[in-house]
Each structure stands twice: as structure tokens, then as C-alpha cells.
Design a protein around this ligand. Structure first.
Ligand SMILES: [Zn+2]
Length: 223
């Protein structure tokens, strides 16, 4: 059995600890070893280890457990939005839809490329001008998605991100800034410490690790 370690820990006080242990044990979404590239293209960052949403949301039990906890957070914090905005990542869609059903709020999805990058258009739903949005994602290792990219895209459509929710947040400076800016309106189930490096300054490349593998190899591997 894979135990929770300091580098992956439950941070939502209302999420059932047995469910988190089941996710670690059965979905095995986290590794603290290995050399991966994310997004998987020439400009992508390199990581030591990875945390993937793909094996987690394959289970409707896990989707329901996470969505239930996001619903109770939204109730506590009186998060009342017009739209739930999420990347159209196939593994994030079921979570966004489950949260949308619980909050009785429509969803809108941002184009998502197989590399892990975002595109430049909505592929489903709409963000009406003047609307308030909950930015939702599966994993935000760097904090760039919910802290920066999703809010900027929503703003370009005339809306505003007023709260954010992710299953797993990283431990970078941008994650800390997002925590400070949104306070209790930034929900995470768990926090994971996955070191991220620019390709030009990757210590794993500098040592004898060989080139990075695509993050998808870990995310989509059979468990
Ligand atoms: Zn590297």
C-alpha cells in the first residue's frame, strides 16, 4: 500500500480520509520519482515525479467524493456563480459536470490540446459577458491554470473568476499567491509537491537521467 507522505497530503478538512487513502491505493495518481515533460512539447517544463487526475476520475466513486466535498465547500463559502469554467481535458470533464449538477450551474469548457496546453476557444457552453465563474481543474501543479490562465481567458470573454477549485494543488509560489488572493474561495482536496523546472535548468537532465518522458505515459499507464 502506498502511504500518504509529506509530498502528497490531504488539505480539505471535510474530505473523508479513507477516500483519500483509497484514491492513493487504487488510482495511484502520484509518483515522486521519474522525469516527465509537461506540457508535452518543446517548450514544456520538466518535472520530478507527477500527479495525474486521469486515474482518479476514471472511478465514478472518486468523482462523486470530490464533487460532494466541493459542493459542501461552496455552501460554506456561499460560492454562487453563473458558470463553472474548466479545461476540456477528458479527465476533468466528469468532475466539472458532477460539480455543475450539484451546484445547479452550467459548465463551459476551454479547448484542451493533447500536449496538456490550452487552446484559444470555448469548445462547449458559454461564458456570458458580466458573468461570475468558478474556475475548476483537476490538478494545478504550478498554479498557473487556476491562478492565471483560466481567469485571463474568462476575462477576455467579459466574465470574472470569483473562486477556484482543484482536486490537487502544487506547492509553488504562484499557488501561494492564489491562496492569498482568493483565501477561502480557493478549494483544494489535496496538496502535492512535484518539483517543476524549465527545460533549460532541469537538474534531472543535467544528471544522467536521460530525456524526459511525456506526462501522459504516467497519467495513462495501466494501474
Ligand atoms: Zn529534464
Amino acid at each position: 500500500m502506498e502511504a500518504a507522505t509529506d509530498s502528497s497530503r490531504l488539505v480539505s478538512h471535510t474530505f473523508p480520509r479513507p477516500s483519500w487513502h483509497r484514491i492513493l491505493r487504487e488510482a495511484r495518481p502520484f509518483t515522486d520519482v521519474g522525469h516527465y515533460r509537461y506540457p508535452d512539447d518543446a517548450e514544456g517544463n520538466h518535472t520530478k515525479g507527477f500527479f495525474a487526475i486521469e486515474p482518479v476520475t476514471r472511478s465514478s466513486d472518486f468523482v462523486d467524493a470530490i464533487a460532494d466535498d466541493i459542493e459542501s465547500w461552496a455552501d460554506r463559502q456561499s460560492v454562487d456563480v453563473d458558470v463553472i469554467f474548466a479545461p476540456a481535458q477528458p479527465a476533468v470533464r466528469p468532475l466539472a459536470q458532477a460539480v455543475g449538477a450539484r451546484l445547479e450551474t452550467p459548465t463551459a469548457f476551454w479547448e484542451y490540446l493533447p500536449s496538456g496546453r490550452y487552446g484559444d476557444r470555448l469548445v462547449d457552453g458559454s461564458v456570458p459577458r458580466g458573468s461570475s465563474a468558478l474556475a475548476l481543474n483537476g490538478v494545478s501543479l504550478q498554479g498557473r491554470c487556476v491562478g492565471l490562465r483560466l481567469p485571463q481567458f474568462v476575462e477576455s470573454l467579459g466574465g470574472t473568476v470569483v473562486a477556484a477549485a482543484v482536486f490537487a494543488k502544487g506547492a509553488t509560489e504562484l499557488v501561494r499567491q492564489t491562496e492569498q488572493r482568493l483565501g477561502d474561495r480557493f478549494y483544494s482536496t489535496v496538496q502535492v509537491d512535484v518539483p517543476i523546472y524549465p527545460a533549460s535548468a532541469c537538474p534531472l537532465c543535467a544528471s544522467a537521467h536521460g530525456p524526459p518522458r511525456s506526462w501522459r505515459e504516467f497519467a495513462e499507464a495501466r494501474r
